[in-house]
Design a protein around this ligand. Sequence first.
Ligand code: DQA
Length: 154
Amino acid sequence: MAKKSKVLPIYVLSGPNLNLLGLREPDIYGRTTLAEIGQMMARRAKNHGLSVVFRQSNHEGELIDWIQEARTKSAGMIINGGAYSHTSLALHDALRALDRPLVEVHLSNPFAREEFRHHSRISPVAKGVIVGFGAQSYVLAVDALASLIKGSTG
Ligand code: DQA
């Protein structure tokens, strides 16, 4: 009998302060909460036959543990590293070892903001980057990741 292949979920990780979405600087990040983004993504992923593991942490080490977990348990990853995107070598190294398609997202456009946001330590290890579309950045990333996953599985 042919073995039924189980499609692994996509991991969506959000870093520090993104739990405050909707409340924090809404002029920059919008009024959509992270929970609402999670629902939007789950719906979009379902259209692609994918499910989502959606997590947020303010702690660098916890994000790294989840990235390591995703090496075997995910089909691919979408990450908004928040401020750690600009600083964390440890996130860079963990993502380098992910061995799964990776899409980086940001709600705002960091390149249109302060200079310290212009450099990302995640971008060099991501397949692509989606920035500046508010909550929609995350949803667009689902489409991008789904096509990468389909491409890699033929
Ligand atoms: C952010 C951009 C970062 O520069 C900032 O530190 C954040 C949010 C974004 O989604 O626009 O926390 O990642």
